[in-house]
Ligand binder design. Structure first.
Ligand SMILES: [Zn+2]
Length: 89
């Protein structure tokens, strides 16, 4: 008897619209409380396509000094040079 439990990676969903998140690497613009715009490239994150909400790891936000900043622009980066946990299907 084989019980083949198909265990795929957990798909996170958007907390606003429950849409599936597109996990990738993004080039982003953040606007901080002093209204300075700052660009960050190749930020790993998860984008909700329907409502354009970008989720970035809270720890990374802290490292980048973006507490309180708002992401105003994000586009999927075409220069994915990383490393990390790019899981080949
Ligand atoms: Zn959403």
């Amino acid at each position: 008897m084989t019980s083949s439990t198909f265990r795929s990676r957990p798909i996170e969903t958007c907390r606003f619209c429950s849409g599936a998140l597109l996990t990738s690497v993004y080039d982003t613009v953040f606007r901080d409380p002093e209204a300075d715009e700052r660009l960050f490239f190749a930020i790993p994150g998860a984008l909700c396509v329907p409502c354009r909400q970008l989720y970035v790891d809270q720890q990374l936000i802290g490292i980048l000094g973006l507490d309180g900043a708002r992401c105003t622009f994000a586009i999927e980066s075409d220069r994915v040079l990383t490393a990390g946990q790019a899981g080949a299907a």
